[in-house]
Design a binder for this molecule. Structure first.
Ligand code: ADP
Ligand code: ZN
Ligand code: ZN
Length: 731
């Protein structure tokens, strides 16, 4: 808050700055300037200047005003951050035990956005002026400019079909003049009734329920619909309702690679593209979206988890699609779950939140069971197509010969699918060629120098890569340990190796690897997704990227190369994650036309998860999983918080973790496990130890942790303590 003291005749204010300190700092407000809570400012902080915001905290009037620094800039062109957003920032900080300034940083990501968009240089015809010599190109330019409007140089060059040097020539001759044009006009608004599909009865009921939910203010709905049931069409109607009510809408997606298809579908429904917000958009577009969201010009945003922190002027709906996806959890800096925080943001501002999935998280499932969330079920595909028929292949008795990864039954099915002109997908959640490389002569294994992880061979790039820190090294000619030549062998399959086998077996087929780390980045992925969607590939080999929400109309067969991959972890969610991933990926088969077929290659055909999958018994899976969580006191029946200690020195880090554990306040309700060396014991040269606290559902674990870490030994010598509330990953 502001503080006026007539005695000192100076105004001071609390400013939240983007550093990891618990509170705000006090600054002097420059004379003649006015700030209110939420005003965005630039302030000196040590040797640098940072962007922050005036906050709802009493400034410290006890500090000698002579010692206070002055706000160096007040951003008057942007609206102050509104009260709901400020409460949201405080809420997230409080929940995650993060510093509020670090949460605010996620709001103020784009400094460029705080300035008005600079005008664009353009050119205009000078009345009556003629070039010394008329050429065909010049005539085309002048004809294009007949309407007298200003053009951008590149726009004009393109429209007239000339090179920019032609335009420069005309400027030189004073036929055209350089003018400054206003920045881009606001984007066109979505049209509510542009092209609405005829919804099926189940879709109509769900859409109607979502529309009615706006009258109830805050509240969460869960759309639980099988793959291909048309969940997107349903929540599009909720978006239309938000727009009808003059509110903005936000759609969170777990994966950037999904946005392309989503953008096109949105355009088919609403006639325009929504705004995008994720790590791949340019700084200029990022600034535009930020400004547009704040001014209200942008009505719908589709984005990654960080879009939750955009300063919407009048947000009235959040959709979290594929809500079970663990990509919604941010693990570093401020660890938070975008799905859970979306629910919080809706609650603070009193608007509905919609979660959608074919395989809801156990948490959301339970919330729907007990009536905290309103459940809408879509048990059938919109096309009427049957769900795929699934079979387990027992790799012990029906597996392939040594050195091969695809069982004869699966190969046979691919052959039939290819012969029928349909697509097959082989799914393996392992990037690269082989997960482990070793020397046949001496047994040397290639390990990352900075992490406790094997290096993964990427044959296309001719490199060994660490998937945890990104370290790469060339594949050596000889073994670094025993110097034998040609002695390195690849162990186990990655997608590249499966692709090699496929090319061997089906040389005539068009094969494609979809993996996030191939050269070409997201642009290439987008292109390739589109190729698959349009039927331009016969056999696709993909990592978990392909499991997520895509609609590949021609895909008939899905083969899961290693269904057991996720089951072995010491992760309380291993069963849930495996079930979700495999149900999603097999759900890619036969979405439009039916007749889909799926194979699960497994060494555990009797495992409850595998059984539930091939029997298509989703209810049985959830029932058993919920029961076992209840018995074990695991989420959502109990609460978890992880504390990860890391440091450059192993002995020191472990000693500190033990001292921290000893300092834990004793409380009957809280169980403390560890410290234990993390499954990933070293990452980027830092040794890691994990502590895990468990408590009953209603227990205030945050207060416990605050008290514990507040009075426990302080980390020194490069040690770091990271708190992770509701952890999803246990590496
Ligand atoms: P989900 O997200 O539930 O997996 P989608 O929303 O992607 O399903 O829908 C699957 C396919 O069915 C899409 O191609 C979509 O356009 C189509 N579809 C959905 N609902 C309808 C409908 N009511 N009429 C016609 N096509 C529909
Ligand atoms: Zn060797
Ligand atoms: Zn590494």
């Amino acid at each position: 808050m502001l503080f006026d003291d007539p005695e000192i005749e100076e105004t001071i204010a609390s400013v939240l700055v983007p550093v990891a300190v618990p509170g705000a700092y006090t600054y002097k407000v420059p004379a003649g300037q006015n700030v209110v809570p939420g005003t965005i400012v630039k302030v000196p902080l040590g040797p640098r200047e940072v962007i922050g915001a005036v906050w709802d905290i009493e400034p410290d009037a006890a500090i000698n005003p002579k010692k206070l620094k002055t706000i160096s800039r007040v951003y008057e062109t942007t609206q102050p951050l509104d009260k709901d957003l400020r409460r949201f920032v405080d809420w997230v900080a409080n929940w995650t035990l993060g510093a509020p300034g670090m949460v605010l940083r996620m709001v103020l990501r784009s400094e460029e956005a705080l300035e008005p968009e600079p005008p664009v240089p353009g050119v205009r015809r000078i009345e009556g002026a003629q070039p010394d010599r008329q050429t065909a190109a010049r005539s085309r330019v002048l004809a294009t400019m007949e309407d007298g409007f200003a053009w951008t140089k590149s726009g004009l060059a393109h429209a007239a079909g000339v090179s920019s040097s032609v335009i420069d020539g005309l400027i030189q001759q004073s036929v055209l003049e350089v003018v400054s044009m206003p920045a881009a006009p606001p984007p066109p608004r979505p049209q509510l009734d542009f092209a609405q599909k005829d919804l099926t009865p189940a879709q109509t009921a769900a859409a109607g329920g979502l529309i009615d939910s706006f009258d109830r203010g805050a509240g969460v709905s869960l759309i639980d619909g099988v793959t291909g049931s048309g969940k997107t069409e349903v929540y599009f109607e909720a978006i239309a309702e938000a727009l009808r009510r003059e509110r903005q809408a936000l759609v969170l997606l777990p994966e950037i690679a999904l946005t392309e298809q989503f953008l096109r579908r949105f355009e088919q429904r609403f006639g325009v593209y929504p705004a995008e917000w994720h790590s791949e958009i340019t700084p200029k577009n990022r600034a535009r979206v930020w400004r547009g969201v704040a001014s209200g010009d942008v009505r719908v945003v589709i984005g990654a988890r960080s879009s939750l922190f955009l300063p919407f002027k009048e947000l009235g709906l959040i959709i979290v699609d594929e809500e079970h996806d663990t990509a919604f959890k941010q693990d570093d800096r401020v660890p938070y779950s975008a799905r859970d925080m979306a629910v919080v943001r809706g609650h603070i501002s009193g608007f509905p939140v919609v979660l959608a999935s074919a395989t809801p998280s156990v948490e959301s499932h339970v919330n729907a069971d007990v009536g905290r969330y309103t459940l809408y079920q879509l048990p059938e595909r919109a096309s009427g197509a049957a769900l795929p028929e699934l079979k387990a292949i027992d790799m012990r008795s029906e597996g392939p010969e040594r050195g091969r990864w695809l069982a004869p039954q699966l190969v046979h099915a691919i052959k039939d699918t290819f012969a029928a002109g349909d697509q097959s997908l082989l799914f393996l959640n392992r990037r690269g060629y082989a997960p482990l490389t070793l020397c046949r002569t001496c047994g040397h294994r290639f390990q990352c120098a900075h992490c406790s992880a094997w290096l993964v061979e990427h044959r296309f790039q001719k490199k060994l890569v660490c998937h945890h820190c990104g370290h790469t090294e060339p594949v050596p000619e000889t073994c670094p340990s025993c110097q034998s030549a040609n002695s390195l062998v690849a162990c186990g399959p990655g997608v590249e190796r499966v692709a090699e086998e496929v090319s061997d077996l089906f040389p005539q087929a068009r094969t494609l690897i979809l993996s996030s780390d191939l050269p070409g980045g997201p642009e290439r992925l987008k292109r390739e997704m589109k190729i698959v969607e349009e039927g331009g590939a016969d056999i696709v080999i993909g990592t978990q990227l392909v499991a997520k929400g895509h609609n590949f109309p021609k895909m008939k067969l899905v083969g899961v190369v290693d269904a057991d991959l996720g089951l072995a972890h010491g992760d309380p969610r291993a069963a849930e994650k495996t079930f979700q991933l495999l149900a999603q990926v097999t759900g890619r088969a036969g979405r439009v036309t039916g007749g889909g077929l799926g194979f699960l290659q497994t060494y555990n055909a009797d495992h409850p998860v595998i059984k539930a999958l091939y029997r298509g018994d989703k209810d049985a899976f959830y029932k058993a999983e919920i029961e076992s969580r209840k018995v074990a006191g695991l989420p959502p029946f109990g609460r978890l918080a992880a504390v990860v200690v890391s440091g450059p020195d192993k002995v020191f880090a472990e000693g500190y973790a033990r001292a921290l554990a000893r300092a834990a306040p004793s409380d009957e309700a809280v169980t403390l496990l560890g410290p234990a060396e993390a499954a990933l014991a070293m990452v980027r040269g830092r040794h890691r130890y994990r502590l895990l606290t468990m408590a009953p559902r209603q227990y205030d674990l945050q207060s416990y942790l605050r008290q514990w870490l507040g009075k426990g030994p302080k980390p020194t010598k490069g040690l770091r303590v990271q708190v992770d509330i509701d952890p999803l990953h246990f590496l």
